[in-house]
Design a protein around this ligand. Structure first.
Ligand code: CP
Ligand code: NVA
Length: 297
């Protein structure tokens, strides 16, 4: 009844969601299966979004449901009404909720107090739906992640990096995070993760050596705007043709988007890998339809 993090997931759940996502992708527009028929879902976002909002709105409709978008600024939540009260009201009216916000605790509290299926559409802690789309893209492009080296270059302590590390733990592929020292995940997180196949480095070229997948994300996540000192740490961490020269042949580049060219990725590299990166964006729709259908089973 909830999909709030990769941490709380497991290899079986990830595999079955990805299997369903691939099936839904291949049968899109050709099936009358509408598991959300008669339902209304709320999409509650207190942060900006293009891909997540559109893919959930389209996905819910394609599965037969109605959808209402609630911007955090427009509902009483934005004026200080507690999440637990918002959850108890919506839980009596809508059938499910997709939430993008800052604190992971808020999506957990929403689920506990509303009692309706709840999906994390990004918090400061995790971005689990994005990781499903990314894994689907790796499978489509490389066939498998088994025996592959997957690298994340950027803010190693952000939502994307953390969700990736949990996916690596459960699925067993080699995963390396390359980040400035102060942007590596802290030791207590690594102890908690307890994954021998996840390594950290401050050297992006060493990380990229023989890599099959290079993955990056914005240096400053939503809510960190204006942190110029943090941004200045990432001078050597641009994903560009020079960095990719260390990778394995047939490597792919992933970016969850939005991309800031000339910062975390060069224009040339983004455009050279646009086919993969926009396939990755499209896969949000298919992956999330699998999550929605599974939660209402
Ligand atoms: N990748 C992603 O979540 O994009 P949006 O912020 O546009 O939803
Ligand atoms: N780490 C980024 C992901 C954006 C999709 C952020 O939280 O802003």
């Amino acid at each position: 009844m909830k999909f709030l993090s990769i941490e709380e997931s497991n290899s079986h759940e990830l595999e079955s969601l990805l299997h369903l996502a691939a099936e839904m992708k291949s049968t899109r527009g050709m099936t009358s299966n509408q598991p959300l028929a008669g339902q209304t879902w709320a999409i509650i976002f207190t942060k900006a979004s293009t891909r997540t909002r559109v893919s959930f709105e389209v996905g819910i409709r394609e599965l037969g449901g109605n959808v209402m978008f609630l911007s955090g600024n427009d509902i009483q939540l934005g004026r200080g009404e507690p999440i637990k009260d918002t959850a108890r009201v919506l839980g009596r009216m809508v059938h499910g909720a997709v939430i993008r916000t800052f604190d992971q605790e808020d999506v957990e509290d929403f689920y506990s107090y509303s009692g309706i299926p709840t999906i994390n559409a990004l918090t400061d802690k995790e971005h689990p739906c994005q990781i499903l789309a990314d894994l689907l893209t790796i499978r489509e492009k490389l066939g498998t992640w088994e025996s592959k080296k997957v690298v994340f270059v950027g803010d190693g302590n952000n939502n994307m990096s953390r969700s990736w590390m949990w996916a690596a733990k459960y699925l067993g592929f080699e995963f390396v995070v390359a980040a400035p020292k102060s942007c590596l995940p802290p030791q207590d997180f690594m102890d908690h993760l307890d994954a021998p196949n996840v390594a950290l480095t401050t050297d992006p070229a060493a990380a990229a050596k023989n890599a099959d997948v290079i993955n990056t994300d914005v240096w400053l996540s939503m809510g960190q705007e204006g942190q110029d000192e943090k941004e200045a740490l990432f001078g050597n961490y641009e994903v560009n043709e020079n960095l990719l020269s260390h990778c394995a042949p047939n490597h792919i580049v992933l970016h969850c988007l939005p991309a800031y060219r000339g910062k975390e990725i060069s224009e040339e590299t983004l455009e050279a890998h646009a086919n993969t990166i926009f396939q990755q964006a499209e896969n949000r729709l298919h992956a999330q339809k699998a999550v929605l259908a599974t939660l209402v089973e």
